[in-house]
Design a protein around this ligand. Structure first.
Ligand SMILES: [Zn+2]
Length: 179
């Protein structure tokens, strides 16, 4: 039995210090599992970000199904992506909070052309998510048909979910919720 999971939230672009993912950065990872007496291959063949020191709490949270978000203790604003200083007041007095994992679609686009492993995914939908706690996160949107963009509504509710990409990395995705 072979299970192939090969998609990735491009929200991780924001976590990797603004780096642009290049084809040569594609990280192949195969996780072998024993499932019901058969070998199950979990293939995650789109780029996996490198864990940075300041993003560690985020990645640790994803392993537990938690969406951890950075918040400034001086102005109380949540910001995304993680960084060393608050983008609102420039304070370095930051903390991590557990987000609700809920949000709404701010805007979206259907991607018809992609490179590397992403080419196999096209067409797919990318979206900016307005986080319930504040600020926005870029994602590959799930629960939608890229061939029916008229069914995707700005303001629609979304919830986060996580895909295991490696032994210690889970990638967040957002899924549109049926109303
Ligand atoms: Zn602040």
């Amino acid at each position: 039995m072979t299970l192939s999971i090969s998609s990735l939230s491009i929200s991780i672009l924001s976590i990797s210090s603004g780096a642009i993912w290049l084809p040569q950065s594609v990280n192949m990872f195969w996780l072998r599992l024993i499932y019901c007496g058969e070998e199950l291959k979990l293939a995650y063949n789109t780029p996996i970000p490198t864990q940075g020191k300041h993003t560690k709490p985020f990645w640790q949270g994803t392993q537990e199904g938690k969406l951890m978000l950075p918040r400034c203790q001086d102005c109380n604003r949540v910001h995304w992506y993680p960084r060393f200083i608050c983008p609102s007041c420039h304070s370095t007095n930051l903390e991590w909070i557990q987000g609700s994992g809920e949000g709404t679609i701010h805007t979206f686009a259907v991607q018809h052309l992609a490179f590397g492993a992403w080419a196999e995914e096209a067409p797919y939908v990318t979206a900016y998510i307005d986080l319930k706690e504040g600020d926005r996160m870029l994602t590959v949107l799930r629960g939608v048909d890229p061939n029916k963009p008229e069914d995707i509504k700005v303001g629609a509710r979304v919830v986060v979910e996580f895909d295991q990409a490696s032994e210690d990395m889970h990638i967040p995705y957002w899924r549109m919720v049926e109303e």
